[in-house]
Design a protein around this ligand. Structure first.
Ligand code: ADP
Ligand code: ZN
Length: 599
């Protein structure tokens, strides 16, 4: 490893072009980098994949001294550090998994000024002995990654992070740059106050992830729906499949394995060793799927995850945004596909009610779930709803299922009144199938036993068939007019909102039962997508691209790093399309800088 002084690169743009091999800065990168290079503090809120890392890496290289990067999951960062080393940057980490000798050596190199970037967990940084070491080093900056972890308003509060406020007091002259992908206004305020960034600037980018295509579909045959999606859109890709429980994870992984798909389970019930192994294979190999609970994802920086498939609904819009955000970090097209059913909502409601949280917290969580259900049942642009939820906006996007196939709606007022009164008259304890039988006027044994064939609601719903009624009941639960009792037997009862609906004689539009629902997802070619300016034009280029991929895999294996650390897909695509004939021409390719050119 060498120190950045060897490069004599003190200009941000030179760093970008010669080290990273990129042409121009994106959105606010340049402004942020110049501000920090001049000694300013900053809070950077940008979506995943927008390029936050360069906002601290380049200033650390341009300023003298070492840049200290605080991050929650250092053990997962070896690949990122390897990627920096491939660029010729002297990057390293200190964490608890390292030997005493290694840590000692790292400390010596720090004192000798031989390190450009050092990654540490907050626990380590806060140790008196470590702070004392830093006092003796020349420091370029502190970068606080995943900065939302220091706020109790954030969604992943970590007590050690809260103590980082001492950085401002102990090292008042060293720039502090806080970075996060998700921080609402209260969280931002907290970060600014705790890290004393007052004089610093706050840079907030939009929340949009333009390369992600959003689609949601009702569940009818989940495994087959998932299978079709994977076969049609991602037969050769890496992806994440989220399931609601450990049991479902194991089932789904086994089911895919029977079909010769490399699908690895990941949940908190597996041994730490198995988890680590599955995670490593996912990151390092190609065409690996991880089937996981929400325990999976934090700290995974794999850029070429081509899809995130939700087999069940997540608990909130925040969770959905974060989980789907793991797709397409490299900017190439990616799919976020959700298969949703009512049982999931009932399950989440049960967990919320069953938790030890105070009542107002429970209320908030129910509301968050409602927002997500509204998103699932939406008949307008999904991206718009998602962005509006975070206080951002966009025009109808044409990159989601509802933009591509505008769902039809019908006036559901009468149908809803019939459904609700059927629930009421049968005593608010029966499940959907029974209620539909009553509405359709079926004289089953059970109905006769309960005498419901003599009820006024018996047979009043024959203008719809069973499937259509299921569609209506699902939306009633999603709109929170009906609640499902999952501890009992899935009996439906009318909520306060449902009562108000009947009292006020409200109008309601419902989505019609989709006719061709399985094909609603627009085909998205994987690497050579129509929305990407770069395309593999002919068979020869495609073959060349595959050969480059094979070579990359070979180089990655030899160096024991993930393939993307050698080159991103985008770089290989450009090589296959442009076929540079000289070293000079090769330097023009995205992702090839001086050191990679030499290699
Ligand atoms: P974030 O930390 O915001 O999730 P990263 O810093 O990991 O995003 O950047 C995402 C990807 O975009 C990386 O592969 C990075 O190298 C690339 N990238 C960042 N800035 C630029 C740029 N100006 N030009 C081209 N690629 C860039
Ligand atoms: Zn849209």
């Amino acid at each position: 490893m060498q120190n950045n002084t060897d490069f004599q690169l003190k200009q941000p743009l030179d760093c970008l072009q010669q080290l990273y091999g990129y042409d121009t800065f994106r959105s606010q990168q340049q402004e942020i980098i110049e501000h920090v290079v001049q000694g300013g503090h900053a809070l950077v809120v940008m979506p995943t994949g927008a390029g936050k890392s360069l906002c601290y890496q380049i200033p650390a290289l341009c300023r003298s001294g070492v840049g200290i990067v605080v991050s929650p999951l250092i053990a997962l960062m070896q690949d990122q550090i390897a990627a920096l080393q491939q660029l010729g940057i002297a990057a390293g980490a200190i964490h608890s998994g390292m030997s005493y000798g290694y840590v000692q050596q790292m400390k010596d190199r720090l004192l000798a000024g031989e390190v450009d970037l050092l990654y540490v967990a907050p626990e380590r940084l806060l140790m008196p002995e470590f702070l004392e070491l830093l006092q003796r080093c020349s420091l370029a900056l502190f970068a606080i990654d995943e900065a939302h972890c220091l706020s109790q308003w954030g969604h992943d509060f970590r007590p050690h992070y809260a103590q980082l406020s001492l950085l401002g007091k102990t090292f008042p002259d060293v720039p502090r740059i806080a970075l996060t992908a998700t921080a609402d206004a209260p969280t931002r305020k907290d970060i600014v106050a705790q890290l004393q960034l007052q004089q610093g600037n706050i840079y907030v980018d939009g929340f949009d992830r333009p390369n992600i295509y959003y689609a949601v579909t009702e569940r009818n045959n989940p495994k087959q729906q998932a299978w079709r999606f994977i076969q049609e859109h991602h037969p050769q890709d890496s992806g994440i499949i989220y399931c609601i429980s450990r049991k479902k994870v194991d089932e789904m992984a086994a089911w895919l394995q029977e079909r010769d798909v490399c699908a690895l389970p990941y949940h908190a019930g597996l041994s730490p060793r198995a988890r680590m192994e599955h995670q490593n294979r996912f990151v390092r190999e190609e065409q690996v799927l991880v089937v996981a609970t929400i325990a999976f994802g934090m700290g995974i920086d794999k850029p070429d995850v081509r899809f995130v498939l939700h087999m069940n609904i997540p608990k909130s819009m925040e969770a959905y945004y974060q989980e789907t955000g793991r797709a397409g970090r490299d900017g190439l097209p990616a799919n976020a596909y959700m298969i949703y059913g009512l049982e999931d909502a009932a399950m989440h409601r049960h967990w919320i009610d069953d938790s030890n949280a105070p009542d107002n917290q429970k209320r908030i969580e129910h509301q968050k779930l409602n927002a997500l259900l509204g998103f699932c049942e939406a008949s307008r642009c999904r991206r718009k709803i998602l962005l509006e939820y975070f206080g951002d906006s966009c025009d109808a996007c044409n990159r989601c299922d509802t933009c591509d196939h505008k769902p039809e709606t019908f006036d559901g007022t009468i149908a809803v009144q019939k459904a609700l009164s059927c629930v009421h008259r049968t005593g608010q304890r029966f499940g959907v199938s029974y209620l539909i039988d009553v509405l359709l006027g079926k004289t089953t044994d059970r109905i006769q036993r309960f005498g419901h064939h003599r009820q006024t609601t018996f047979g009043i719903g024959t203008q719809y068939n069973k499937k259509q009624w299921q569609n209506i009941f699902r939306q009633l639960v999603a709109h929170n007019l009906l609640a499902v009792d999952i501890v009992g037997h899935g009996g439906l009862s009318i909520t306060l909102k449902g009562r108000a609906f009947l009292r006020n004689k409200d109008l309601i539009a419902l989505r019609t039962y989709p006719k061709a629902q399985a094909s609603r997802l627009k085909p998205t070619a994987t690497t050579a997508s129509s929305s990407s300016p770069l395309q593999l034009q002919n068979e020869a280029d495609k073959a060349l691209y595959q050969r480059l991929k094979a070579l990359r895999q070979q180089l990655a294996k030899a160096q024991n790093v993930p393939a993307y650390v050698i080159f991103h897909d985008k770089t290989l695509l450009e090589l296959a399309v442009h076929k540079p004939q000289s070293l000079q021409a090769m330097l023009q390719i995205n992702g090839i800088g001086d050191v990679k050119l030499q290699h």
